[in-house]
Design a binder for this molecule. Structure first.
Ligand code: FEO
Length: 400
């Protein structure tokens, strides 16, 4: 992609990565991505965001279509994740007059990312402005959207908001503007997947970010990934989606799922008894008992993350819990599940390591395992099942 002029003063100079299929190890990117970067030109010149280190040469070619590197006065990093800061270290060698603008938290991270002690840094405070000569850049703190150091950059003369990852999408077409997209249906999918993966753990911060943006009423949102959003295109739609997706989802009845895997049905029988015990204390609770092998792990993971508390059970095979249970726990949103009550259980034959291993994992995720869990050897007796019902009831009673 070459540089693309968006307005008289704003240019897109980022790079395309249409073939990317996995981002940050964990996120599928069916439609590739873009590493967006922009030049805002007044009498002085600001470069907003840099680029993934792998695209350095192409990226610099794009910048050179708009400006000489020695004429860049500011490099603004709205957050410091390496997909946007990776090119910084080499770029600074070519931009002798550039000052790097980052938030206070970003200034700390950046020293470890660029590994340069002599970084020319301007700490961008919330509400602070710099005058580019005819254009202004104002910084707006946007913590946890999605890094602690995230901020927005706002140019009032252009009514242009540089949104960092906010409103972004891993979506790549050879066009910069949303109005030129050929597959808006694919884009809509990418937008939701991006929101869930990047902002799902930070919904209160999303609401706060939307509130900060509302009075600005930008005509253009210059995202760090995906198309530039415009009033004529997707901007209002994306804002509406963010409002909808970030709404508080308080449930009328508490959700307390009982997840399990079962090799010979024994852990499954224990799961049902625990569920009965929970319902005996919390008759209004929603207590689905779920064999996770019958469900998609993303679906059960989402249920786990929405729950008030949950139970998780596994047989012991080869001295450990079985892989589907570990996969389910890999979906735990560790930020929003701190102190979530969890009850661990399972049938075993010889040694029964699954329950202590799962308990340790849940504690490591900062959740709150209930006691030492429940282990039952081989086939549960009626007495064992009464113990399971009692354990479920005690767990439910502790939920308050
Ligand atoms: Fe696109 Fe949080 O980096």
């Amino acid at each position: 992609m070459s540089a693309y002029q968006l307005t008289e003063s704003i240019f897109s100079v980022g790079a395309l990565n249409p073939s990317l299929r996995i981002f940050d190890v964990v996120m599928r990117t069916e439609f590739g991505t873009t590493y967006n970067s922009y030049i805002l030109r007044g009498e002085k010149t600001a470069l907003i965001e840099t680029c993934h280190a792998s695209y350095f040469d192409r990226y610099v070619e794009n910048i050179l279509e708009v400006t000489r590197l020695e004429d860049i006065d500011y490099i603004v990093l709205n957050h410091c994740e390496p997909d946007h800061s990776g090119a910084l270290k080499r770029l600074l060698d070519l931009c002798p007059n550039a000052i790097v603008c980052v938030s206070q938290a970003g200034s700390i991270y950046l020293k470890q990312i660029a590994n340069r002690a002599d970084l020319p840094i301007l700490v961008a405070k919330d509400g602070q402005e710099i005058d580019l000569g005819g254009k202004t850049l104002k910084w707006i703190a946007a913590p946890f959207l999605h890094w602690p150091d995230s901020m927005f950059s706002w140019c009032p003369e252009e009514k242009a908001l540089f949104t960092c990852d906010f409103f972004g999408a891993h979506y790549c077409e050879p066009y910069v503007l949303d109005v030129n997209m050929e597959r808006p249906d694919f884009y809509d999918r990418a937008l939701k997947e991006y929101f869930d993966a990047i902002f799902g753990p930070f919904l209160p911060y999303v609401r706060a970010g939307l509130a900060k943006i509302a009075p600005l009423d930008p005509v253009m949102a210059l995202t760090s990934h995906g198309p530039v959003l415009t009033k004529a295109g997707k901007l209002d739609f994306v804002k509406e989606q963010y409002v909808k997706w970030s709404e508080s989802q308080e449930r009328a009845n508490p959700l307390v799922p009982v997840f399990y895997c079962s090799a010979y049905g024994n852990t499954g029988v224990i799961a049902c008894a625990i569920g009965e015990g929970i319902r005996s204390v919390l008759p209004n609770a929603d207590v689905p008992v779920i064999d996770i092998n019958d469900h998609d792990s993303a679906e059960t993971g989402a249920m786990l993350n929405q729950s008030k508390a949950f139970c998780i059970g596994s047989p012991t095979i080869n001295a450990d819990a079985v892989p589907p249970i570990w996969i389910l726990l890999s979906h735990v949103d560790a930020i929003n599940n701190k102190k979530k009550p969890v009850f661990v259980f399972g049938s075993y034959g010889w040694s029964g390591e699954a329950v202590p291993n799962l308990t340790a994992r849940c504690a490591g995720l900062k959740m709150a395992p209930f006691g030492e869990g429940l282990r039952i050897q081989f086939v549960p007796t009626e007495e064992d099942l009464k113990s399971a019902r009692d354990a479920g009831a005690a767990f439910a009673a502790a939920l308050g």
